[in-house]
Design a binder for this molecule. Structure first.
Ligand code: GTP
Ligand code: SPV
Ligand code: MN
Length: 598
């Protein structure tokens, strides 16, 4: 018994016992974080078919996993915030009362782990013991989940010791159950510090330390404890004089966070000697420190990145990162036991096994005549940050890094210019609150449709978003030196639907302007929507784009913006009286500026 329950925390033991009585696993195994245990689990997962061992010479320590065909992305319509009062979840979240939610889920969890092992994973989001950090314990019947959590979080014995100090932790329960979409629920109980996820085996639904704890539960805590839990990358930009400035950027899912966080400076800017440091690619926890500025940590230790489009040209740092100790999900298996996806390096293989496990050849078509992709558009890899050549040396710093700029962005074929800056903090909050973006493969839904996605948090805010906006406004008051706020769009297209901006490494040209603005080095042009770069202020050295490209990228059409405002107004109105008055003021003054420019 002592071996099975290696903790002195009564709280934890009681909860594990209770959940085990409900799920009825054959066995309970505590995850200790050792290499020996991990390797044992890998071997078991190969035998059970959960993992395929990849080529040991070319991809050492790498595995392939395939999910069920209808379990390939976060299922937002099955994701709920379960608060006593519906109003606390707000109009943008799915809501269920805790009583109903527990009851519904219990019927699915009951006996769901029969014939399986229940793994107990103690994990810390953030460095163990840091004042930023939060502890969770995930119970799961999936070895794939355990192996992913070991990459994505600090997990194992030392976390248990930390937990025992005050006994507090987020209770995270997961079961694959039957992997039946009709019996799938992702439930958050912020009032109980609890997450229940059942019926899925896909990343964001089941790696409960990630979106569920680090954003939905953490955003609730952050409001209460006056900090930020955000869907943001964190990166450092080092100048030749050795000074590193850090920025945090919020883009919706599959809109370029991972790529920006580890960009390689473009050829044309090489002489300037920049160096990039990756702190995080998805989640940022930020606190106001005694110096009055905002400090950030990345609570994770791994990347759960989008595979399609990743190659040596777009993201060489990631290509290097995923050469070892990586779990690939839903990509193509080649005959030499390496992997491939659309937009990977090299030619498509003559044949392979696709993400569904079927024999596949490039160019194959379905009965409707559409090309069948080998890898799922939301196929991903799980890899340790430590593998990344640009990994920051401050990742384990308890204190994090100071943030000079916050950048919002989305995927917009039209409307939003390449870059602009807010007039002040309040206007910056308005810019974030009115973000829009086209839907991608990272969520189940209609691809390409524009939806409002404030601060890239619409799927992740664990409470009433009107309160979240209030929190953002209040935090501005709390800081002596608030970061400046910007908006970017790498995805504007021309008349033929081609991207106008080359993106990826070239995005550093925009960040250069952002930092120059933060340091008060250059003036800017005042436009209806914010400060914009003067035409000569973005360094275009070595960039071969047709004449007039920058003008097209920077153009602001007041009529289009007035049209956009209708959607913003509708979005704001659903919050009724809860919406902070400041945001309506910003809305009105924007209307006036647009009308006088139209
Ligand atoms: P999540 O992990 O879902 O939160 O996504 P993310 O925001 O980290 O997005 P990621 O960096 O993985 O990029 C998603 C897709 O956008 C990939 O297919 C990239 O190749 C593509 N992409 C990233 N940056 C750029 C860019 O600057 N320009 C263009 N055109 N595409 C980009
Ligand atoms: C996202 O969808 O924003 C992701 C992947 O980063 S997931 O972990 O599935 O949420
Ligand atoms: Mn994300």
């Amino acid at each position: 018994m002592a071996k099975k329950f290696p903790t002195t925390s009564k709280n934890l033991r009681a909860w594990v016992n209770k959940m085990a009585r409900m799920c009825q696993p054959d066995d309970i195994v505590w995850v200790d974080g050792s290499d020996a245990q991990r390797m044992r689990l890998e071997q078991e997962a190969i035998v059970s078919g959960e993992l395929v061992q990849l080529n040991k010479e070319k991809l050492p320590g790498c595995f392939l996993h395939r999910t069920a065909a209808d379990d390939v992305a976060r299922t937002e319509h099955l994701t709920f915030i379960c608060t006593k009062k519906k109003h606390d979840a707000g109009p943008t979240n799915n809501w269920m009362s805790p009583g109903v939610a527990y009851r519904k889920a219990k019927t699915i969890f009951a006996g769901a782990m029969k014939g399986r092992t229940m793994y107990v994973i103690p994990f810390s989001m953030g460095p163990v013991g840091s004042e930023f950090s939060k502890i969770g314990v995930e119970l799961t019947d999936s070895r794939y989940v355990v192996l992913n959590m070991l990459v994505m979080t600090r997990a194992g014995e030392q976390v248990l010791r930390q937990l025992e100090k005050n006994g507090e932790f987020t209770k995270c329960l997961h079961s694959k159950a039957e992997l039946d979409i009709k019996k799938r629920l992702i439930l958050h109980f912020p009032e109980d510090n609890t997450i229940w996820s059942v019926g899925s085996g896909y990343g964001g639904n089941v790696l409960l330390g990630k979106k569920c704890l680090s954003l939905r539960i953490a955003s609730w805590l952050a409001k209460k404890e006056r900090w930020f839990a955000e869907h943001m990358l964190i990166m450092g930009i080092e100048k030749p004089n050795g000074r590193i400035e850090y920025i945090a950027a919020a883009f919706p899912s599959a809109c370029g966070k991972t790529n920006l966080a580890m960009l390689v400076p473009p050829e044309g800017l090489k002489v300037k000697g920049y160096r990039i440091w990756t702190v995080g690619d998805d989640i940022s926890w930020m606190r106001v420190d005694s110096d009055g500025s905002l400090w950030a940590i990345n609570p994770e230790t791994g990347f759960f990145g989008v595979a399609p489009g990743t190659n040596s040209k777009t993201n060489p740092n990631m290509v290097a990162t995923i050469k070892k100790n990586t779990i690939y999900t839903n990509v193509v298996l080649k005959s030499d036991r390496t992997v491939w996806w659309e937009g990977a390096d090299g030619e498509a293989p003559a044949e392979g096994i696709d993400w569904l496990g079927k024999q596949w050849k490039p160019g194959m078509k379905d009965e409707k005549g559409n090309i069948i992709k080998g890898a799922h558009p939301n196929s991903r890899f799980t890899a340790p940050i430590a593998n990344c050549p640009s990994a920051s040396f401050r990742i384990d710093q308890h204190h994090g890094v100071p943030i000079s700029a916050i950048i919002f962005g989305g995927k917009r074929a039209r409307l939003a210019p390449l870059v602009y800056e807010s007039f002040n903090w309040q206007h910056g909050v308005f810019m974030g609150a009115t973000m829009g973006s086209e839907l991608t493969a990272a969520q189940m839904g209609q691809l390409g449709q524009v939806r409002r996605d404030p601060m890239a948090m619409i799927p992740f805010c664990g409470y009433n978003m009107a309160g979240y906006f209030r929190h953002w406004l209040d935090m501005g008051q709390k800081m002596a030196k608030p970061p400046r706020i910007f908006h970017v769009n790498w995805f504007k297209t021309d008349e033929n639907g081609k991207f106008l901006w080359p993106g990826f490494g070239e995005n550093l040209r925009v960040l250069e302007w952002v930092l120059d603005r933060c340091n008060g080095k250059i003036e800017a042009e005042k436009t209806a929507i914010g400060y914009a770069p003067r035409s000569s202020d973005i360094d275009m050295t070595g960039l071969h784009v047709p004449e007039g490209t920058l003008e097209k990228l920077m153009s602001i059409d007041p009529k289009e913006w007035l049209e956009e405002s209708k959607g913003i107004k509708k979005f704001f109105k659903q919050f009724k009286k809860d919406l902070p008055e400041e945001l309506w003021q910003e809305f009105e003054t924007l209307q006036q500026r647009l009308k006088s420019n139209a």
